[in-house]
Design a protein around this ligand. Structure first.
Ligand code: ADP
Ligand code: MG
Length: 242
């Protein structure tokens, strides 16, 4: 059974079609990358998984249950989510931000979980715990956002352009952390990126989106061979060797 199952997801904002019948399925332990240009519907689709997008039609199942039947707050607390703009609470320290979800879940060890997550993301608590988001670089803020997303040990992690703001070295480190998490904690990921090379490097499956539609979908190692039309053009433009 797929851990996440999206069927014919459709969403409009007024006259704008954000999603036009997208289906996707994510097996436990795999990593799906949603790739496409700005405005192609990636964020809208990602947020349908934790019910931050309310679909007009179609549906999403998480762990076998239709999300529409689940309590949205409990659902969101059970899924790690890194927002496109980090979304840290500005007047909270790094540690308070990182401990948020285990705290909301009533865990007695919330602060310890937050510290551990900061350490995992390469932010030693003695240096970073008491700092405020404004006292961090963009890349460090993004890492605190990732620490917050993993602190409660979710089985699903959603990441929206989580690596875009990072410099090359930090990006490499954080991507390595993600690969380790997937290996050791068996976290299932859905990540959004506009960078097809990044998608091919990090994901097991790739879904290429355009104008709210899935125009290509394949295991990462087969995408280049299978892609045609727009998806092939996107790959060619990215300079990924095929
Ligand atoms: P992406 O993440 O691929 O850049 P989005 O999912 O954010 O794309 O957006 C898809 C389309 O829906 C875009 O045309 C965007 O302008 C529109 N859209 C997204 N969110 C809203 C919103 N809250 N209100 C109005 N339009 C929106
Ligand atoms: Mg987006």
């Amino acid at each position: 059974m797929a851990l996440i199952e999206i069927k014919s997801a459709a969403k409009r904002y007024g006259g704008t079609v954000a999603l036009d019948g997208v289906s996707a399925s994510v097996e436990a332990g795999s990593c799906l990358a949603l790739v496409g240009e700005s405005g192609s519907g990636k964020t809208t689709l990602l947020r349908s998984i934790n019910r931050l997008t309310h679909l007009d039609s179609g549906g999403v199942r998480v762990r076998g249950e239709p999300v529409s039947a689940l309590d949205p707050v409990a659902l969101r607390r059970s899924i790690g989510y890194v927002q496109q703009d980090s979304g840290l609470i500005p007047h909270w320290t790094c540690l308070t931000n990182a401990s948020l979800v285990p705290g909301l879940l009533g865990r007695a060890d919330a602060e310890e979980r937050g510290r551990e997550a900061l350490g995992t993301l390469g932010l030693p608590p003695p240096l970073f715990a008491d700092r405020y988001p404004r006292e961090l670089s963009g890349g460090q803020r993004q890492r605190v956002a990732m620490a917050r997303a993993i602190a409660a040990g979710p089985d699903i992690l959603l990441m929206d352009e989580a690596f875009s703001a990072l410099d090359a070295i930090t990006r490499f480190e954080v991507q390595k952390t993600l690969a380790e998490l997937r290996g050791t904690a068996n976290v299932t990921c859905v990540l959004v990126t506009h960078d097809i090379a990044e998608a091919l490097r990090l994901a097991t499956h790739v879904l290429v989106m355009r104008h709210g539609k899935a125009v290509a979908s394949a295991p990462a190692e087969e995408l280049c061979a299978r892609a045609d039309g727009y998806a092939a053009e996107l790959i060619a433009r990215s300079g990924v060797p095929t």
